[in-house]
Design a protein around this ligand. Sequence first.
Ligand code: S3P
Length: 168
Amino acid sequence: MKNIVLTGFMGAGKSSVGRKLAERLGMSVVDTDELIERSAGMRIFEIFSRYGEQHFRELEKKAVAEASKLESYVIITGGGVVLREENVKNLRKNGIIIYLHAKPDVIYSRIKHETHRPLLQVKEPTKKIKELLEFRAPYYANNDFMVDTSDLTVEQVVEEIVKKIKKP
Ligand code: S3P
């Protein structure tokens, strides 16, 4: 079976949906951020502050290439994975790409108490979320189908995905 790849902005629900979805379908799960942290021996935040975003993106490219070789996995990606065409190409070779969307205010309410995402540790996170979402919209549009998670529970998103992938 093909991999199921979850893309989308920080706070769109990729991690919680990915884990539940894998459980529901009896699939294994891998998270590209975790692969990066494991191989670098550092948290994402530390990689950004020590070496900068570009270095992180290089590590991310390697993690994506590694994850793309798997089969029958749910692949949870970091929010910026889609920015490199090569990443999407790799993931698509053996995977269905599902974009999880969420509205900016919903994203903010989900992430406001979290501190592990370097890109959102700024003075005006709501403004930053809107700007990044707008810039990334055409990249996220590169998907096989999308689910708006704004008003759905994790379980509802999982069921939505299961319904869509089972359609002939
Ligand atoms: C990023 C999203 C993060 C992580 C890194 C950069 C982004 O992953 O990869 O902080 O550029 O959107 P999540 O989407 O899992 O938070």
